[in-house]
Unconditional design. Structure first.
Length: 307
């Protein structure tokens, strides 16, 4: 009886072993399929990353091409600008352009939170600075409202959150030496006065351009220009730069860099501001485009301008 029970147990064990072997074989077959699928998914992902990287490089090259490298020759003013493209996200745009009234000229700096919105913003800005609203002599706040209205139908939710853009647009009248400007979204910089060593900060009291923003008329502001005054504008990407410890450069560091940088020339000042931003970032990529624009009022234009 005992031998019979032992034989039955042996057969049961053998049957169980065969079942386990079949399960292992099935699992190995499944794993092989999963490995093939994972390999295919990895290859597709690598191809997608390469395509996105190529698209980003193309967008960056296009943007660099469209950003102005030369400004009109405006007597009595000197300009210095530098645009640093981000490999992650951007797009900045800036320009200086003459009005139909040759005693006036406009300046604009814009920054969008992604290349999709940047392309749209750029198309509207190029139209604005080319021949439309700005050249008709509309005040800056009306021009910005017009621009926000043009963008409104295409604004929505992007991969990094709601579509947003910051913009400052100003007009300088060489008769009165007054800067009239409006801004939406964060604005960094101001008017540095060498006679006092202080800066009149430019502040924006309005939210960025986003869905529904076209209904609000931005505040119109004014600054009186004097001989040797320097206007410096820095795009929002500068304050977002992070170092190895994940600290942001921030507005306080930026303003300190602006005020303490050597001011021998507009180019030296611009280069030093950018150097301090890049030095802070170290080996890390900048998360957004960074643009620095500096304008200096030459002494002779003040003497010539009727007061």
């Amino acid at each position: 009886m005992s031998k019979k029970n032992d034989a039955e147990r042996m057969r049961e064990l053998e049957e169980r072993v065969r079942e386990l072997e079949a399960e292992v074989s099935a699992r190995e077959s499944d794993l092989s399929v999963f490995r093939q699928q994972l390999l295919h998914a990895n290859q597709s992902l690598e191809a997608l990353i390469e395509k996105l990287s190529a698209d980003l490089r193309t967008a960056t090259r296009i943007q660099k091409t469209l950003v102005p490298t030369e400004f009109p020759n405006i007597p009595g003013f000197e300009f210095s600008t530098k645009f640093v493209a981000s490999p992650i996200s951007g797009g900045d745009y800036f320009d200086v352009f003459e009005h139909d009234d040759r005693m006036k000229f406009g300046l604009v700096m814009a920054s969008a939170n992604g290349y999709g919105l940047s392309a749209l913003l750029l198309s509207v800005l190029l139209r604005m600075t080319g021949q439309d609203e700005a050249r008709r002599g509309l005040p800056p706040n009306r021009v910005i409202q017009y621009l926000a209205e043009e963008l409104e139908p295409s604004l929505g939710e992007g991969p990094r959150g709601p579509d947003q853009a910051s913009l400052i647009y100003g007009i300088i009248d060489r008769r009165t030496m007054e800067l009239s400007f409006s801004a939406m979204g964060p604005v960094y910089g101001g008017l540095y006065r060498p006679t006092t060593g202080k800066m009149d900060r430019i502040q924006s009291e309005d939210s960025p351009i986003e869905k529904g923003s076209y209904t609000k008329l931005p505040k119109l502001q004014h600054l009186q220009l004097e001989a040797k005054d320097r206007l410096v504008l820095v795009s929002p990407g500068a304050v977002m730069v992070q170092n190895a410890a994940d600290e942001k450069f921030g507005e306080e560091r930026l303003m300190r860099a602006i005020l303490t940088a050597p001011k021998d020339s507009v180019h030296d000042w611009r280069n030093e501001i950018l150097f301090r931003i890049e030095q802070f970032a170290g080996e890390r990529d900048i998360p957004r485009d960074v643009t620095v624009m500096v304008l200096e009022v030459k002494d002779r234009v003040i003497r010539l301008a009727p007061r």
